[in-house]
Design a protein around this ligand. Sequence first.
Ligand SMILES: [Mg+2]
Length: 202
Amino acid sequence: MKIGVDIDGVIADSLNTWVRELNRHFAQDKKLEDIVFYQFEKIYNVSWEEMDRFFRTNQELLLTNLAPVEQAAEILRRLKDDHDLMLITARPEQYRYLTEKWLREHGIAYDDLVMTNFGDKSCHCKSMDIEIFIEDSLENALSIYQAGIPVILFDAPYNQGPLPKGMLRKKNWQEIYQALINRERKMFPVFPSGRNLVFQEE
Ligand SMILES: [Mg+2]
């Protein structure tokens, strides 16, 4: 299986660090659940340039000082024996060096790393023939799912709400592993691109 995996919020516990540092820098008091999408400039009500400057200036702290999500490294290593692991992140290409360094230092197994520069992930997933994607942003998850790719949503305070039928919400890497291994694709319906989302009860 060709498995697509997001980095921030799925492999790296980025948001706790980012929100803490953003709050400090912009003198605000946002909570994790306030981060409903990844456009931090909108959440903090600052210009894109200002937010970009903040990340550039603090990239070492913000990109290498991150704890890995519990069990992510161990389970990705296990999955890599039988599957292709494609890391697809919205991080811009300029952060490739620090991203690869972090992945190496934390023993994250993967086959390829794609950086979309804040661009839509679903077209990359399509062109790479990703068979299932693991994501924490509800916005990205829905767009990937609407492109016909099954999605596992990594549960987080900021991605609550009903999910479309067939999209799975999993609380940790052990649950994700079980879902992938026990049933593989049989449990994930693949909807054609453009299909209206039908939401299920939580
Ligand atoms: Mg993410």
